[in-house]
Ligand binder design. Structure first.
Ligand SMILES: Nc1ncnc2c1ncn2[C@@H]1O[C@H](COP(=O)(O)OP(=O)(O)OP(=O)(O)O)[C@@H](O)[C@H]1O
Length: 276
């Protein structure tokens, strides 16, 4: 994917080899309560990483910390090899927040909302032919091209979600972050999302997903980092992910040496030596 080179010497190499996300021993406090307690998370170039865990385990807070929206009280964060304090290239990231409405009462068409994804690149100049093509492609990817002229408040919840995903895709992100993209989304839309992500990953994007269940996204995921009470409880490899996808509620047949696989309820230690 095309992206502006990182500033400084050796930036070109960094841009190609540095992890999209490197979060180390991250601590964060919200409302006086410690919410992240030493989280390690790496999303390498072209990697797709899922963050799993029970409600309140710290998944969204971790994502917000990665986006610089929740300040760290301890630990380190680098994005594309640049420490957060010096990172300015936010247009390299696309973010789909936890379920929200696309336009919050503002009358806007589907195309207008998706076009907003190009604004960071355009710096509020009119859309170029390339911008329009990117918007069109994003709408096609999520199967909403035929609704481009419709007002977003005429869409269903799942269609809204597709539009928000298209908005993030339109920015041509090198790192795509989605917080619970499957929540309330029907099976057909889940398949659309899986296909969309596959295309994105094939183009070299890195992806960080907050999920409760892997569903049709399981084959795309390189690693699942499971949080519990603000800590990394375990890291699952693709082999274990298959079980998690097939038995999302923990009825996984126990294999020798395999910890019980549930989404953040009763877990073993992090896989020794696993990358997190
Ligand atoms: N603004 C806030 N002020 C105080 N506490 C907060 C705030 N936001 C989140 N928390 C607390 O931080 C903890 C982690 O919340 P977070 O939203 O990161 O969990 P999560 O793993 O994403 O949960 P879910 O699966 O329910 O979305 C929870 O105990 C939550 O109550």
């Amino acid at each position: 994917m095309a992206g502006a080179p990182a500033p400084g010497a050796g930036a070109e190499t960094d841009a190609q080899t540095a992890p999209a996300v490197s979060l180390r021993r991250a601590y964060a406090t919200l409302g006086g309560r410690p919410v992240l307690r030493g989280v390690d998370l790496t999303v390498g170039p072209g990697e797709t990483v899922a963050l799993l865990g029970a409600n309140g385990s710290g998944k969204s807070t971790t994502v917000k910390a990665v986006l610089g929206q929740v300040p760290l009280t301890g630990g380190e964060l680098e994005l594309f090899g640049t420490p957060l304090a010096r990172f300015r290239q936010w247009r390299r990231l696309g973010y789909v927040p936890q379920r929200s409405t696309a336009a919050a009462g503002v009358p806007a068409t589907v195309r207008e909302v998706v076009s907003a994804g190009r604004l960071a690149r355009r710096r509020f100049r009119p859309l170029s032919a390339a911008d329009k093509a990117a918007v069109r492609r994003a709408l096609e990817l999520v199967g909403m091209a035929d609704r481009a002229k419709d007002p977003v408040d005429a869409l269903s919840g799942g269609q809204h979600q597709r539009v928000l995903i298209a908005r993030a895709l339109a920015s041509d992100p090198e790192l795509l972050i989605m917080d619970e993209p499957l929540a309330g989304v029907d099976v057909v839309s889940q398949e659309v999302l899986a296909r969309t992500l596959r295309e994105q990953v094939a183009q070299g994007s890195s992806v960080l997903l907050v999920l409760h269940e892997l569903g049709p996204l399981a084959p795309l995921i390189d690693r699942a980092v499971v949080l519990r009470d603000g800590r990394v409880e375990r890291v699952d490899n693709p082999d274990q992910l298959h079980d998690l996808a097939c038995h999302p509620h923990g009825s996984v047949p126990q294999r020798e040496g395999a910890a019980k696989i549930e989404t953040g309820l009763s877990m073993g230690e992090p896989t020794p030596g696993a990358r997190v």
